[in-house]
Design a protein around this ligand. Structure first.
Ligand code: PLP
Length: 400
């Protein structure tokens, strides 16, 4: 018997999750594995986060919450946007969900008609296309390679818009490439969108605080205020505060859209766990030193990886400006053979060989709509990162 409808059957489980599980299985079998597949900070959130959650439990604040998020947390989110991004939203223009991921579910569930198109510049986060497709939309992938700084240009955007285009999906800093859009680049995009008044923008800014070099973060909302009424800004506490498992994301946008997203939540999850919301409130309103420290740690790790990859000429590597990934071109190595004569045909075969023969788990670029690359997470210790780079160098050296 088949249980899945066509929409469910058309998508796969998250590729990065699947690889992480394979790596864990090998490690459980006693193999020495450096797992660089998943994108989550490898340290604990600040102590006041757990304290706030415990206090909420002890005080019995564990009833159903408001679908769009508890008032005090929404106030804190309003404040976050005002102070950090110079954006002014009212409480009913922001909402809370079970991670940024659920906001995307809410958005496409609430707004897409069957066959509506969503422009997704690639390389992109593994889930965008599948979430769009699951809600009957059509992801329109626009390849933006290293020559374009992994970013969509005004020309490419213009060429990808059709009468069916409903949304443009932006993500800066980007997972997987670490690319950051400048205000000028955003304004060039806005100039195109000015000619297409029905196209809306989701700006996924979840890696806002993970900055690795000199490039500053700019919110799409701040760069393009004229698009405020058709922009949804998505963010969350997962990456900035090492709170991936707490499942709290948030968004800001026009009141009518936020209200539609709240309606989706009221009929699905009811609300985000009130305990998790208390923890997120503490994260957003507490001491922010953690965020700066974490960003500094990731920047130092990015340098370790960049220095080691720079001396492997067969690899194509643009050091990331943000987020915590190294996106590495392996095109020059495809078609080469292992000592046993096995051909490394594509990035998936490359990642598989790197895992099974050299004990490093990565995610193939195909999962991000960018074949010919692999992604290593740099959310790991200095020793693991140095070790992974050595193993990668050994694999490259072993191919004939
Ligand atoms: N957006 C991007 C670009 C991500 O990389 C991730 C997680 O990997 C998410 C959203 C999901 O974030 P959350 O944990 O808030 O659902």
């Amino acid at each position: 018997m088949t249980f899945e409808n066509k929409r469910a059957a058309a998508i796969e489980s998250s590729a990065s999750m699947a690889i992480a599980m394979a790596a864990r299985k090998l490690a459980a079998e006693g193999r020495d594995i450096i797992d660089l597949s998943l994108g989550e900070p490898d340290f604990e959130p600040p102590a006041h986060v757990a304290d706030a959650a415990c206090a909420a439990i002890r005080k019995g604040r564990i009833r159903y919450g408001v679908p769009a998020g508890m008032e005090s947390l929404r106030q804190a989110i309003v404040e976050k946007f005002r102070v950090e991004n110079r954006l002014h939203y009212a409480v009913d223009e922001v909402m809370v969900a079970n991670g940024a991921k659920q906001i995307l579910f809410d958005v496409f569930l609430a707004t897409l008609e069957s066959g509506d198109e969503v422009v997704v510049p690639t390389p992109c986060w593994v889930s965008y296309g599948d979430i769009v497709a699951l809600h009957g939309g059509k992801p329109v992938y626009v390849a933006c390679g290293p020559e374009a700084g992994f970013k969509i240009s005004a020309e490419r955007l213009e060429a990808s818009i059709t009468p069916r285009t409903r949304w443009l999906m932006l993500n800066s800093p980007s997972n997987p490439t670490g690319a950051i859009y400048s205000a000028e680049e955003y304004r060039a995009i806005a100039a195109v969108l000015a000619r297409h008044p029905d196209v809306l923008v989701v700006s996924d800014e979840i890696y806002e605080h993970i900055l690795l070099g000199a490039a500053p973060f700019v919110s799409f909302g701040e760069a393009c205020p004229e698009l405020r009424e058709r922009t949804l800004i998505v963010n969350g506490v997962s990456k900035a505060y090492a709170m991936t498992g707490w499942r709290v994301g948030y968004a800001a946008g026009p009141k009518a859209l936020i209200s539609a997203l709240g309606k989706m939540q009221s009929q699905s999850v009811s609300s985000v766990s009130t305990v998790a919301q208390a923890a997120a409130l503490a994260a957003l309103t507490g001491d922010q030193a953690f965020v700066r420290r974490a960003s500094g740690t990731f920047a130092a790790r990015a340098k370790i990886v960049a220095d080691r990859l720079a001396v492997i000429p067969e690899l194509g590597f643009t050091p990331p400006d943000g987020a915590f990934y190294a996106f590495i071109g392996v095109q020059k190595l495809l078609g080469r053979r292992t000592a046993a004569g096995e051909v490394i045909a594509d990035d998936t075969a490359f990642a598989s060989r790197l895992l099974h023969a050299f004990g490093v788990s990565s995610v193939p670029g195909a999962a991000f709509g960018a074949p010919g690359f692999i992604r290593l997470s740099i959310a790991a210790s200095d020793r693991e990162l140095a070790g992974a780079c050595e193993r990668l160098a050994a694999m490259v050296g072993s191919l004939a």
